[in-house]
Design a protein around this ligand. Structure first.
Ligand SMILES: [Zn+2]
Ligand SMILES: [Zn+2]
Length: 330
């Protein structure tokens, strides 16, 4: 089969590699679509420390069951459409045993630490596969993974009925978070992004107000601030817009060495809550349900998928902020 192989950071090729065969408890998925995300840029740049090289990346994917290995008890017949939770955790470390699998001491993930889905086929644990409902194609199915991250984020934040919200960043994650917030009973959501096209999509998806600059909100105060940019200056900026009693969700991935300037006096005196959210925690099945029912509609975010040979072009488009969400269809 053909697959993207990164031999080392900065260097990839479309390679002919052996077809995967399913081991015990595994299935092989014929990949229909696999999303390109910020993590794939970090893996290309050698900035995602758990990644070993060479590797085939790709962790946001859906397809159909192509082969079933021994010891698979689930109902996953050949041809069934599935999306795959890429999370791999040990189940026995202290954090797994306290229900925090996403913080596993032995954390791994399909497409991040083991072979992923920028390939025609990928072998995965059958328990990670979720059947897709009728009418959900591979590209929509590949949006379950990012939505599952957003579901985990809002669970971390807790109830938000009627709360006023400022959301920074109208990329894929920001726009999925926006839809979830609106769907979850939030009060008015104000979206901040520099790109007018993205703000137009945010408007269509339920933003009460859109602005291109945080300075436009200098006189406003919000009960909840959500960062989906990972830019430290933006995280500081939205923190300053929090009302007393406010809550900050740090969802975007900031550089590991960056610091934020939130005032400890404010955290004390205004009872500010800061919450982080890392990847997926038992939030994949709800995300399948939300896309399957149409409650969350990722279609306004999607561009026409590109073939495997255009992987470099897809990375370039993500890096330069063209479109919103790009997929590879191997
Ligand atoms: Zn991703
Ligand atoms: Zn663990």
């Amino acid at each position: 089969m053909r697959a993207i192989v990164l031999d080392r950071p900065g260097s990839f090729r479309v390679a002919e590699v052996p077809d995967p065969t399913p081991g015990p408890g595994q299935i092989v998925v014929k990949v229909d679509c696999c999303g390109v995300c910020g993590t794939d840029l970090h893996i290309m740049d050698g900035e995602f420390p758990p990644t070993p090289y060479p590797i085939t990346p790709g962790h946001e994917f859906a397809g159909t069951v192509a082969a079933v290995g021994p010891e698979v008890a689930l109902d996953l017949p050949v041809g069934a459409p599935v999306a795959v939770d890429p999370s791999l955790y040990c189940g026995y470390c202290r954090r797994c045993r306290s229900g925090r699998d996403n913080l596993c001491e032995n954390w791994a993930a399909i497409g991040d630490t083991v072979s992923g889905a920028f390939a025609e086929y990928v072998a995965v644990p059958a328990v990670n596969a979720h059947r897709l409902p009728e009418g959900i194609d591979g590209q929509l199915g590949a949006m379950v993974e990012p939505l599952a991250c957003a579901v985990h984020g809002l669970r971390r934040l807790g109830p938000l009925f009627g709360d006023s919200i400022v959301l920074a960043g109208a990329g894929t994650m920001g726009l999925l978070l926006l839809q979830l917030l609106v769907h979850s009973g939030a009060g008015p959501v104000t979206v901040v992004d520099r790109v007018p096209d993205r703000l137009a999509v945010a408007r269509k998806l339920g933003a009460a107000r859109v602005v291109s600059n945080l300075a436009d909100l200098a006189d406003d105060r919000f009960e909840i601030a959500v960062d989906a940019t990972g830019v430290p200056a933006v995280i500081d900026g939205v923190s300053r817009l929090l009302d007393r009693g406010g809550r900050l969700l740090v969802f975007g991935v900031a550089p590991a060495e960056a610091a934020m300037s939130l005032s400890p006096f404010r955290v004390y005196n205004d009872e500010i809550t800061v919450t982080g959210s890392m990847a997926i925690l038992r939030s994949f099945a709800p995300a399948v349900e939300l896309i399957g029912s149409g409650a969350i509609d990722p279609r306004p975010l999607l561009s026409e998928p590109l073939p495997l040979a255009e992987y470099g072009e897809a990375l370039h488009r993500v890096r330069t902020g063209q479109g919103i969400k790009w997929h590879i269809r191997p």
